[in-house]
Design a protein around this ligand. Structure first.
Ligand SMILES: Nc1ncnc2c1ncn2[C@@H]1O[C@H](COP(=O)(O)OP(=O)(O)OP(=O)(O)O)[C@@H](O)[C@H]1O
Ligand SMILES: [Mg+2]
Length: 370
């Protein structure tokens, strides 16, 4: 990779951290199926990066390439400052990988799995025992340490998997769906472990199907779709690129709902959508009004509703979340036919609420809506 696109390590205070991972134009195909069609990634050291994408998007393929498990067909990458193709051994020495599917050997104990990893990393026997004991303690596996790993629950196995990855003190760790299948408590425990790793200066490259996980943990998020990075940024930046902010008015009385819908329609409100209930038909009818959720806009909406004599039984403000981003960027904007009625019918991009205070300056979501 040309040095001009590879930021150099500079230890002067105040300089941005060096890149833990920097990839340009990565490509990978299987037969005539293009999985990665030229992806660029840049991950500062000491940060958490989340790669999102639908099943089969190529997340695991990207992890495997960057962790030297398979070779890319094209493109270049540096990981931990080393060229992926030229110095795979140096890359391997700096990284740890917890694959999507467990690397734990079920027939031996958790402790033996750890000691095996210590041997693979050529740690002196005494150091291996010390590191193993420390990690078993840290991952709350001391009581189970002498039991065969096949007797572990899914959450314990996943913790052991990550503990094994940490035996070699990697500076960069790849976690491919680390919390899939875990219960909410175990997921939160795993998030805490990941935060502690980052506090220790480790860079985490994460793939996940859980958008709240990316929202919670990641400094930057990339959405992979059709072999390309469809969008990349902080969670907040990504949320701003999709329209979807709205106020939802729910009515228990269908008559009140109809009157409100008529009044709002007569007011010429573009983007107004209504729903007569969920798929089961037992949900109260609701109206959805495009809104950025700002205090100013809410106040003018509430004033208008008061003046029009409209009284909803429930008013909720919805700001776009990563689910909206995911559905918008990965080609399916009708995610949950049986879900809340307000998710499936977004305002058309560019639609404008009469309650918007600055009709002449489009909101950021309108500027960038696809
Ligand atoms: N060894 C292989 N041979 C042929 N095709 C492969 C191979 N490995 C992956 N693929 C294909 O490449 C595509 C991307 O797979 P990959 O496992 O990277 O997706 P993913 O984003 O990790 O999906 P998931 O969310 O289901 O884990 C899929 O269509 C998959 O079938
Ligand atoms: Mg995968």
């Amino acid at each position: 990779m040309p040095e001009s696109v590879m930021p150099m390590l500079d230890k002067r205070r105040g300089d941005p951290p060096p890149d833990a991972v920097c990839a340009v134009g990565l490509r990978k195909s299987y037969g005539d199926k293009t999985v990665l069609d030229g992806i660029d990634l840049r991950i500062p050291a000491g940060s958490v990066f989340a790669l999102l994408g639908p099943n089969g998007a190529g997340k695991t393929t990207a992890v495997k390439i960057l962790s030297t498990l398979i070779r890319a067909d094209g493109g270049q990458a540096r990981v931990a400052g080393h060229d992926l193709a030229g110095s795979p051994g140096l890359v391997r020495a700096a990284i740890g990988v917890t694959g999507q599917f467990s690397a734990v050997d079920g027939l031996i104990t958790g402790e033996e799995n750890m000691l095996l990893m210590a041997d693979l990393h050529h740690l002196p026997r005494r150091t291996g025992r010390r590191v193993t004991a420390e990690l078993l303690e840290r991952f709350d596996l001391v009581d189970a340490a002498r039991k065969p790993a096949q007797s572990y629950s899914g959450g314990m196995r996943r913790r052991l998997d990550i503990a094994m990855t940490l035996v070699g003190s990697p500076r960069i760790i790849f976690l491919d769906e680390p919390t899939t299948g875990l219960d909410p408590r175990s997921r939160h425990a795993m998030w805490q472990i990941i935060r502690e790793l980052v506090t220790d200066g480790v860079t985490v490259f994460l793939t996940t199907q859980y958008l709240d996980e990316a929202d919670e943990l990641a400094d930057r998020i990339a959405v992979l779709n059709d072999g390309r990075i469809a969008a990349e940024g902080t969670a907040d930046e990504l949320k701003r690129i999709v329209p979807g902010g709205h106020v939802r008015l729910r009515f228990t009385d269908p008559e009140a709902y109809r009157a409100a819908a008529d009044a709002l329609r007569e007011a010429g409100l573009p983007g107004l959508t209504g729903a007569q209930g969920g798929a089961s038909g037992d949900e109260a009818p609701a109206l959805r009004i495009p809104s950025d959720g700002s205090q100013r806009e809410l106040r003018s909406l509430l004033d208008w509703l008061d003046a029009a004599g409209i009284e909803a039984d429930e008013l909720t403000v919805h700001t776009p979340d990563l689910d909206d981003v995911f559905f918008a960027l990965t080609g399916s904007d009708d995610p949950a036919p049986a879900g809340p009625a307000d998710r499936s019918a977004g305002p058309p991009p560019g639609s404008r609420s009469p309650f918007r205070p600055q009709p002449d300056s489009p909101s950021r979501s309108q500027e960038t809506a696809r």
